[in-house]
Design a protein around this ligand. Sequence first.
Ligand code: PLP
Length: 460
Amino acid sequence: MEMITNQMPTAELQALDAAHHVHPFTNQDELTSKGARVIMRAKGVSLFDSEGVEILDAMAGLWCVNIGYGRGELADVAARQMRELPYYNTFFQTTHVPVIALSAKLAELAPGDLNHVFFGGSGSEANDTNLRLVRTYWAEKGKPEKKVVISRKNAYHGSTMAGASLGGMSGMHAQGGLPIPDVHHIDEPNWYAEGGDMSPDEFGLQRAQELEKAILEFGEDRVAAFIAEPIQGAGGVIVAPDTYWPEIQRICDKYEILLIVDEVICGFGRTGNWFGSQTLNIRPDIMTIAKGLSSGYAPIAASILSDEVAAVIGGTEFNHGYTYSGHPVAAAVALENLRILEEEKIVETVREDTGPYLQKKWKALADHPLVGEAKIVGMMGSIALTPNKETRAAFKADVGTIGFKCREHCFANNLIMRHVGDRMVISPPLVITKDEIDTLIERATKALDLTLQQIKDEGL
Ligand code: PLP
């Protein structure tokens, strides 16, 4: 076989890719006809493709490259750790220094009494862990019938059987016979799409109270936990009305339902604090973390447990673990990433300087004729595309058609924005500068203009 190198022509790389690489969340036939964009290297907020084109990555990969691309310190730490101890497991009463240091650091950073860390390799794995954990917790407390986990429609909690079941994506449930038993979904707090004539505050309260209704319907003695992202990310950066989270917290406290807060996107500075729970004043019993934990430089994730949950679980042998739980190289890389976030005051900068700068410019996009609302917290934002700003109407075309076109215009203009239905979302590296924010907004505005023109030209 011919050597496959960076020098190979793009079309040949694309053909080999389509022939042998099965992509996640991709229509493989389309890939064969269109070819994937081949990304060669990256630096700061920029990707460079196989044609040498520079692309502004307003998604930080998949919401994960918080410290930006190309930080050699992480490569150095990984190489050092690979030489010293490339692998050892943390099963059966063994441990190593990187995992001890990372656990202690996370206990220091996490809010409240979240002091105990169980590691996995991905956010999906961590949520699988959470499902088994909460059921084990209640069984240990003599209530094995408390098994039901309540989640939300349009939530994303991963792609494994438990992750996709906990998630509320109907397209995912349709494949593979999901959800698994004893997972229930209530409606999401998406005022823009579903709030009708209600005020956002009334709607937020009503949607939170769906949790109480579900608990009463199942019976409090059957419900183990509620899981939610502070701000739904993959669902379209849906920011709940202000009334929502205080009511959810009240209900979880009243019925003693464990609250699992999935911080896979919101963690590590994304919302302007270390965790979204701090921004929204939520008190989790268990927190899921991944992505920004290593800024995507190494696959690592975790569940962080409160003192109480850890104490109860500690009463038994939890028959659960992954070969890569607490992987020493990934743990060392994550620690170095946390050092950079802390020493370079990246979270503070998002909260006080570049975050507010981006927010002002992003919110101004609401003046564009195609935009019905612009939402942003910290550095995660969304805009809703609409043919009618007053009524918040949907387009005639199938949901997602216009969003997809807008994404294609972004891509052609060297900006990566994602579309979720007809919402456009951003989540740039947290180190983005004000100049780069200006470029992001310019390119996004151009993509919106081109999309509007296309809608007019094609009568969509
Ligand atoms: N939870 C949330 C909120 C996520 O956004 C994601 C991934 O996007 C996951 C869980 C799953 O993480 P992973 O893709 O690492 O399995």
